[in-house]
Ligand binder design. Structure first.
Ligand code: E4P
Length: 216
């Protein structure tokens, strides 16, 4: 399973990269706004800066919602760097655009996916990644991990090549559960990735080893 970091914060991207386990980055308009990135030029420059840190796929989301504008915007984003994956929302014009991008050699990440039906459509259109938002599903009292398992089973039976990118991850446990049910990628906040490190018995064991080492 690949690890992506879900942020537009360059320091956090660098920290995850330095850990040596980072395979890519996802961003969205909310994450870019949080970093104070405003205007087309600043947006393109920020994606360039991310691509300089990470040698892996970087999802850059379109802000347009009609077919023609999605294509124009997606072409500009894809031209930034070969690792850019154009992130397109799961709407009618978005599905049409994903198909167009696929036929024209531009990879896509279909975002805002909340059902197996939407995941089937994304795969049919040729998306490189499909992004089910599992944390937001949990928030509405459904089981986000169950959706990952369902999509994984469908893709495997049907032979779809689209990679399942579990998004809206809220904890280290989410990452473990997504790994169990066949997610190809987890995109996570830095805290959730670092949360995988933690176990109280590791801390207790290390403290004891260091204490005993003084007697050596
Ligand atoms: C995925 O690509 C999205 O950017 C992200 O995972 C959404 O997460 P949130 O529900 O925490 O905003």
């Amino acid at each position: 399973m690949k690890f992506f970091i879900d942020t537009a914060n360059l320091a956090q991207i660098q920290e995850a990269h330095d850990l040596g386990v980072l395979d890519g980055v996802t961003t969205n308009p909310s994450l870019m706004a949080k970093e104070g990135i405003k205007g087309e030029e600043a947006i393109l420059k920020h994606y360039e800066a991310i691509c300089e840190i990470v040698d892996g796929d970087v999802s850059a989301e379109v802000l347009s919602t009609d077919f023609k504008s999605i294509i124009e915007e997606g072409k500009k984003l894809a031209a930034i760097h070969p690792n850019i994956v154009v992130k397109v929302p799961m709407i009618k014009d978005g599905v049409k655009a994903i198909k167009w991008f696929t036929e024209n050699g531009i990879r896509t990440n279909c975002t805002l996916v909340f059902s197996a039906g939407q995941a089937i459509l994304a795969a049919k259109a040729g998306a490189a990644y499909v992004s089910p938002f599992i944390g937001r599903i949990d928030d509405s009292n459904w089981d986000g991990v169950e959706l990952i398992a369902q999509i994984s089973q469908i893709y495997s039976i049907q032979g779809f090549k689209t990679e399942i990118l579990a998004a809206s991850i809220r904890s280290a446990l989410h990452i473990v559960k997504c790994a169990e049910v066949g997610a190809d990628v987890c995109t996570c906040p830095l805290d959730s990735i670092l949360g995988l490190l933690k176990h109280p018995l590791t801390d207790i064991g290390l403290a004891k080893f260091l204490e005993d080492a003084k007697k050596m």
